[in-house]
Each structure stands twice: as structure tokens, then as C-alpha cells.
Design a protein. Sequence first.
Length: 243
Amino acid sequence: MAELAALWIVRHGESTANVAATAAERSGAELIDLTHRDADVPLSATGEEQARATARWLAGLPERRRPDVAVMSPYLRAVRTAELALAGTGVPASRDERLRDRELGILDGLTGHGVAHRFPDEAARRQRLGKFYYRPPGGESWTDVALRLRALLGDLRRDHEGRRVLLFGHDALVFLLRYLVEGLTEAELMGLTREHVIANCSVTGWSADADGRLVLDTFNDVRHLRQQGARPTEEDEVHAEPV
């Protein structure tokens, strides 16, 4: 099977919705104070600085390690992260709707408390089915997102064989790329989601081994932010979806 030389995914920088969601969760509110639709949520000032720090990190990579091409989610927070991170690099970039965030349907804009209070039957159904297969009404399950990512990976492998590809996306996509690239089981994937929160502007990456297979070499890494003088978002400030 055709394979890439390297693959990375960067989660978008801190967004204004991340900040609002953290405040809502901490206060026990049911609703997150959102003023944009999900596709139009911008970066916060911290998120913009995180993206600029990522640009400085990319600029410092040796030529043999720099990406050949970038693909981004069409959501504004990911697009802006990519624009800032790729500024001056000359790396060609395109948008792909298969990298958009997971759609939460009727649960969009709710905190975990809000889901439990307003949709107790859905909370119970999610508990019964498990996070991997549960699909909120009007939304997507993790398996739905995996299907679109699987198609994207096939296209990347075909169109960019032997090249280094950098993706810009969202937290669930980071976990699901590990699931797809490394052939994880549902249990292994869910174990990762319990143990880790994907940080804003974190880097996860794989490199081809001697047999041409992609092998994980960095996961949820924010050392580049500290090295470039940007503040990483603390774990309790990184909003994870309520379902």
C-alpha cells in the first residue's frame, strides 16, 4: 500500500469557544455562551500566539523534516491556526471538509451538566452504547468521523505517496487518526481518551519506518509552545466535548 513519509496533525489553537466552555463547565451552567456557529468560532488571543509559536517551530525544522503539503479543516479556528503556522513557509495548503470537527447535533452548545439535565434519555443511551458508537440526534458518532477520516487517509496516501503531510484539525480527529493509522481497537482508543486531553496547538505525528509503515513518534506534544515562548492551554482549560 502506498504510504506517506510522515504525517502530523496539529489541533487548532485555543478558541473563544474553548474559553467559554471552560467557564460554563466550571460554573455548572447548562449552556455554553456561544456567539458563533461552530464553523465560525475564532481563535482567542492565546490561540493566535500558540499558532505563531507553531510557525516558529516549523521554521526551525531541518529541511528534511518540514512538511511538503498541508490540509486543514474548513472551520475558522483551524484555518486561522494553519494560516499563522504556515506563514512564510511556502507550504501549499488546502481545505478538506472531512477534517471538520465532530458534529454534536441537538447536544451542540451544551455542557456535560446540560446534556444530563436536558436530555437524560440521551445521556443514558450514550452510557449504554459507549462513546465510540453513540450518535446524538442530528450529529455524528466517533465511527462516523472515522469513516470520513479513513477516506481522507486513502486520498492522501494516493496523492502524496512518499511526502510529508501536515493536517490542522480538532481533538477527536487526533484520537481517531491514532485509531486508523495504528490499527487500535475500540478499547485501546477509549483508553487514550480517558488518559489524555488533546491540547491546543499540540503536535501528534508519525514517520515511516524501514518497512514504509507509519509509526507514532510524538503525541499531544506542546514542548514547541514552551520553547517558543507561548503559554500552553492548561489541561482543565481545554474543553472536551460533553458526549
